[in-house]
Write a protein that binds this ligand. Structure first.
Ligand code: SAM
Length: 668
């Protein structure tokens, strides 16, 4: 659930004020107008993105910063009459209407005028007057205007607009000899026939079409203007050429040489392996090959993945040949099942089991879950454990967990109810249960250290999941941060439990393992992640490896809890990191992004570009807004593994496999 008011405040602070728009009336007005009401239905969740967005009639609503910059530059003041050419969604006119006496706004597309009128009426912004027409002629009946803004770029400032500007009035407009690249010009009318002109810098706007503008929109669909910081001047050697020169082609996935390419990171304490979607076979197989190498050749004994602790515990028991508790439920029954129940994961765990069983129990590699969704299984596991080792403590824990158990299968409901103070009571009990378990570590673990570690992982999951579901109702950043902090705590407790020389391989999505502080997530939304926390804790002993692809197919769902489907992955967006990698023309490669390896390329890659993130949900219909975010790739990752074309994972049928000794680990 999005907290629009909070997103709006953050937009004003970080995107507008922080970039130098200081006029308090502009900031207040932008803080008041609900931008989500001015975007097409279905796009509301993107309304506070730091970029323009598509609107109806193939037009755009301008980037928030540009709206603020233009209104500030035009010095719009109370009591004044303002003209806007290019009303589009009506957003900028709405913002100005909170400051000025009257706003007159002209839009050439009838459809847009109608939609804008509806929005303004609903909001009760009655001092905006809209009409459909050619704005290059101005609105003579309402002139003169103290301020005129044009939200589309023309070859020159139309004479009609100059004539309708009051003496002392300010006009702000993008002007350029090309329809799609302009300078933002500010013109102040100093007398009847004199104008002072200032250049406010380069901008990219849609063209102003009309008598005193461009003749037509050619090509038919104007490009989406980009935030200014995303652009880069042309240089003689292209970025794809530089990537091609630095790319280390990868052998076939089954070739042992594949994993060996990561040997350069084998000294690290934690190697984090990402993925650019939750349903791509190549990413799973590549991580499996690298992990095998790290385990078999370099002594890594922890594989920790973005799966729930109690579910991964099944796999752990299977790969290490430890018997399962009697009433254990089959793992990974919850959405999205294909993320772990797929043929690539199965092949990996069968291989790990075979390798493990050929060596002493103490030297086997474990498989652990870092995620926190399976609250009910973890509650059951903690209670089972305590009932066995300390029945009195089990009784206390049962009464403490009782306020959570009604919601354990549907914790989202708990989150909603937890907003009322009565349910906060659960918080104390789950914290105490974990604390007391840890206080009794010596005594409990003496009987069975492995079982204790499992119970500790489950008790930590219950404690952090309680906070996670409660936070979900306050805002997405808190709950995201709680989840990634939980992953990090769990990883650290595993490393601690396995001794000072313990080393771990982590499998999680790029959004968890690429340093969030070098991406839009961290910079704009204050989200952190396990990759960032590992870097902060382990420094160069954390290796962050990202994965990417251009096109192919992916296993995904259209929405949460919907069935899995295989969808085509749209070719990556122009100018994104993925498109640069695709244009390098190498089908599979590793790019070493560490300082001092390919410095000229690294420098070229530093300035932020869009990068694609597909999770379990894939919505190609809103591709740019649902799946791309600005990142600085060489700061986010130490290396990047590229597969130009990728394929969906094959899900496992959820039934017992013939010939398997029991229903482990993937049977029903
Ligand atoms: N200020 C708008 C907003 O907040 O949504 C952004 C508008 S968009 C960047 C520019 C708009 O100018 C488009 O909707 C386009 O149709 C319109 N436009 C282009 N030429 C025009 C003209 N001669 N008269 C009126 N509108 C025009």
């Amino acid at each position: 659930m999005l907290d629009f008011a909070r997103a709006r405040q953050r937009m004003v602070e970080r995107q507008v004020a922080a970039r130098g728009v200081h006029d308090s009336s502009v900031l207040e007005a932008m803080g008041e107008v609900p931008r989500e009401a001015f975007v097409p239905s279905g796009m509301e969740e993107f309304a506070y993105e730091d970029s323009p967005l598509p609107i109806e009639a193939d037009q755009t609503i301008s980037q928030p910063f540009i709206v603020g910059l233009m209104i500030e530059a035009a010095r719009v003041r109370p009591g004044e009459r303002v003209l806007e050419v290019g009303a589009g969604s009506g957003y900028a006119a709405a913002v100005m209407s909170r400051i000025a006496e009257d706003v007159y706004a002209i839009e050439r597309h009838e459809e847009l005028t109608r939609l804008a009128q509806g929005r303004l009426d609903r909001l009760g912004y009655h001092n905006v007057h809209l009409k459909t027409g050619d704005g290059t002629r101005g609105w003579p009946e309402a002139a003169p205007f103290e301020a005129i803004l044009a939200a589309a770029g023309g070859p020159a400032v139309p004479a009609a607009l100059q004539a309708q500007l009051a003496i002392g009035g300010r006009l702000v407009m993008p002007v350029g000899a090309e329809p799609r690249r302009q300078r933002l010009i500010k013109m102040t009318r100093t007398s009847e026939d004199q104008f002072a002109v200032e250049d406010l810098g380069e901008v990219v706007f849609v063209p102003l079409i009309g008598d005193e503008g461009w003749a037509s929109e050619t090509p038919a669909r104007p490009p989406m203007p980009e935030p200014r910081s995303f652009r880069e001047p042309a240089r003689p050697v292209s970025l794809p050429e530089m990537i091609r020169a630095a790319a280390e082609p990868l052998p076939e996935l089954h070739d042992p040489a594949f994993g060996a390419l990561i040997d350069r990171f084998a000294q690290a304490k934690v190697v984090l392996l990402g993925e650019a979607s939750h349903g791509t076979s190549e990413f799973y197989r590549a991580r499996a090959a690298i992990t095998r190498r790290l385990v078999e050749t370099h002594g890594f004994r922890i594989v920790a993945v973005e799966a729930d602790w109690p579910d991964a515990a099944h796999i752990d028991r299977y790969v290490r040949g430890v018997p399962a508790p009697r009433h254990d439920e089959p793992p990974f029954r919850r959405f999205p099942t294909w993320m772990w129940r797929n043929t690539d994961v199965e092949a990996f765990i069968e291989g790990l089991r075979e390798w493990n069983l050929a060596r002493p129990a103490a030297d086997r590699c474990g498989f652990y879950g870092l995620d926190l969704y399976n609250l009910s299984a973890s509650i059951r596991a903690v209670l089972d454990y305590l009932d066995r080792v300390d029945p009195a403590a089990g009784r206390i824990a049962r009464s403490r967990y009782a306020c959570l158990t009604p919601w354990a299968k549907e914790p989202q409901t708990y989150g909603r109810l937890a907003l009322s103070s009565g349910y906060r009571a659960c918080e104390e009990g789950v914290i105490k249960t974990l604390r007391e378990l840890l206080e009794n570590r010596m005594e409990y673990a003496r009987a069975d250290g492995e079982r204790f570690l499992d119970a500790e992982g489950n008790a930590r999951l219950v404690k952090n999941a309680e906070a996670y579901y409660r936070a979900m109702y306050y805002g997405s950043a808190e709950s995201w941060n709680l989840r990634d902090t939980h992953m990090f705590e769990t990883l650290c407790s595993l490393l601690d439990a396995k001794g000072p020389d313990a080393r771990a391989v982590v499998w999680a999505h790029n959004s968890h393992i690429g340093d969030a502080s070098k991406t839009e997530m961290g910079i704009e939304r204050e989200e952190l992640n396990i990759g960032q926390l590992c870097r902060e804790r382990f420094g160069l002993d954390a290796a962050l490896i990202g994965f990417g692809t251009h096109s192919g197919t992916v296993a995904c769902a259209e929405d949460w809890d919907e069935p899995m489907q295989v969808r085509r992955v749209s070719p990556s967006l122009e100018d994104s990191y993925e498109r640069m990698a695709h244009d390098a023309g190498v089908s599979r490669f590793l790019l070493d992004l560490r300082d001092g390896v390919h410095d000229p390329l690294r420098v070229r890659l530093l300035s932020p570009r869009l990068e694609r993130f597909i999770g379990v949900i894939y919505r190609p219909e809103t591709e740019r807004w649902s799946h791309y975010a600005a990142c600085s790739l060489p700061q986010q990752f130490d290396a990047y593994v590229w597969f130009d074309e990728t394929h969906a994972v094959t899900p496992l049928v959820t039934r017992a496999r013939a010939g398997a000794e029991d229903t482990y680990p993937f049977g029903l």
